[in-house]
Each structure stands twice: as C-alpha cells, then as structure tokens.
Write a protein that binds this ligand. Structure first.
Ligand code: SF4
Length: 318
C-alpha cells in the first residue's frame, strides 16, 4: 500500500458551550490517509465530519490527539513550516458562493494563495490563473468577472482552481457537491478525479450521503455523533457493511431497478441523533441501533480491525 500522508491519532475537538458543558464534536477518532487516495468521510449533519476536516487543516486547534502530516504534528508546527503547511494542505468548501469574496474578480480570488506565498507575479501570475481556469473547465475570459456572474457549478470550479493554485498535495473537500444540482454533481466529481490523476493529489472527501462518495472514494469512513463507526475499502463497505449504522445508511439509498427496490429489506432508523453535548453512555449509536445489547450501554466499543483493512467499532465484532 502507498505511504501514509496524514495520520489522525485519537483526535478530539470539544467546544465549550457554557455552564461547564462541552460539545464533543469529534470524540477520539483515528485513521490514516494514504498518498494518492480519496478517503470519503460520511455521516449525517452534526456527526463531526466537517469539524474533523477543519481540525486536520488547523482551522480549529485540537482538544487532544494528533494530526501528523508528512511526519510533522500539524498542531505543533511553528515559523516557516506553518506557511509551507498552509500551501501543501488546501480546502474546498461546500458553498462556493459564501467562500468566494463577492467584491474580488476571479483572477484575484484564484491568485490570493499565490500572492500570500510569493509564487508567480506580474504576467506569470495572469498566465497561471488562465491556465488554472482552463484546467477546471472555464476559460481566460472568466478571469475579470465576479462570483455572482457564475452558476453554482462554475463557482465550485473557481474554488477548485483557487485550491490548486499553490500546488497542494492534500485537499480537504468539505461537501463540495452537496449544494449543486444533481446534474452538475457528476461533472465536479469527474473533474476532481481527473485533477487527482494529473496532479497526484490526495483527497479527504466529506459528504452527508454514501451515494455521493461512492464514485470518488477508494476507502470510506462512516461517522456518527463525533465517533468513527466503520472504515473500509469502498467496495467492501458497500458489499459487506459491518456496522448497523452503515447498513442503515446503505439501505436508504434508492436502487434504480424497481423490482430490486421493492424486494429489498430496509432498515429505517428510529429517533433523532442524540445531542453531542450529552451523548449516550457506551456506544454512541445504541439509542437507535436495532441490534443493541446490554453491553452497548455499559462499554464503548473498541475501534478494531475486524477483517483485513476493515475497521469497525461495534460489540457485535469483539
Ligand atoms: Fe449497535 Fe451495540 Fe454495535 Fe453499538 S455496539 S452499533 S449499539 S450492536
């Protein structure tokens, strides 16, 4: 297998919410991201997946645990290394309109990172922006326009060009297609796949729906209430899901064949996701799990490799 690019070790990110209470957005998760792969990270809204991405890229400081990028603990790096880290790890956001400054022309938006890092100036800068626009399927005439003049899909392409401008190695894409029309989603996913091949990129691709990550991810991690429930190769996860929560998520994806759709057994989850301020004891999923046992309320299941390269946190596999 390829080399580890990012190692997330027992990462926790808690937020103070007053009166001595803490919101445990990310609660002790560990996983690696390998060079050149796409790791999909999936879960319902509020499960901690975006906070995980933001803590990895240091938009948030970690409460505890480590994020190691090419051998450096990213929350401890200082001085010149911070600038280099900021160049090598980039982020693409869900809402491309909110993340693009409406008063800046596209050329300046894309070149912002190049200006900060002092790479490409004058004519070279303009040439590079035009190249990047072509790379993401836009053209050089778009450089002088402003974000409101573009469609959602085009704005996400601008966001991708901005991330690419500083030659990153690792891109965290935080729900990059969730706000787009279904017809445009596939185009953006295909663009990201092509760019990955051409530029040797590694992705953490965050989404709230397993069907969205299926076509881009080599491996997929499933989060629930701040914890990682399961992580496996995409094919394994779709064919042989182990965790009851993954099974429920998969059973909610419609099958295009009407007969198969009618025949299959669905797992409908009852109840709402509990509050991350006051999570259940033991397994975080136990209040909604159709297979819950007594032990599930008493002990938190251990994160372990239940099958080769297939990790799960569930007492059914201990
Ligand atoms: Fe369900 Fe228990 Fe497994 Fe949690 S540990 S997913 S409650 S069976």
């Amino acid at each position: 297998m390829a080399k580890k690019l990012v190692e997330v070790k027992n990462l926790q990110k808690h937020f103070d919410v007053g009166k001595g209470k803490k919101l445990k957005a990310v609660n002790d998760i560990s996983f690696d991201v390998y060079e050149g792969e796409t790791l999909g990270l999936v879960g319902e809204s509020g499960c901690g997946k975006s906070t995980t991405g933001r803590t990895i890229i240091r938009l948030y400081e970690a409460t505890s645990g480590e994020v190691v990028f090419r051998g450096d603990n990213v929350h401890k790096i200082k001085g010149k290394k911070v600038k280099e880290f900021n160049r090598r790890m980039q982020m693409i956001f869900q809402d491309p309109y909110a993340s693009l400054n409406p008063r800046m022309a596209v050329e300046d938006i894309i070149a912002e990172g190049m200006d900060i890092h002092g790479i490409y100036q004058g004519k070279e800068r303009t040439k590079r922006v035009h190249e990047l626009l072509e790379t993401v399927g836009l053209n050089s005439e778009h450089a002088t326009r402003f974000p409101h003049e573009f469609s959602g899909g085009q704005r996400q392409r601008i966001g991708i060009a901005r991330a690419l401008a500083v030659d990153p190695e690792f891109i965290i894409a935080d729900e990059p297609i969730s706000a787009l029309d279904v017809s445009i989603q596939a185009q953006v996913v295909n663009l990201m796949k092509d760019l990955q091949k051409d530029h040797g990129l590694t992705y953490l691709f965050i989404a709230h729906d397993l069907s969205m990550v299926k076509h881009i991810s080599d491996r997929i991690g499933v989060m629930y209430l701040g914890g990682l429930m399961e992580l496996a190769d995409s094919e394994d996860l779709y064919k042989e899901p182990l965790h009851p929560y993954t099974k429920a998520l998969l059973s909610s994806i419609p099958i295009p064949d009407p007969q198969k759709e009618e025949e299959r057994k669905r797992t409908i989850l009852s109840g709402d996701v509990p509050s991350p301020i006051d999570p259940p004891s033991g397994c975080p999923f136990r209040t909604r799990c159709p297979d819950a046992m007594d032990v599930c309320a008493k002990e938190r299941p251990v994160w372990q490799e239940a099958r080769p390269n297939h990790y799960v946190a569930c007492h059914l596999y201990e």
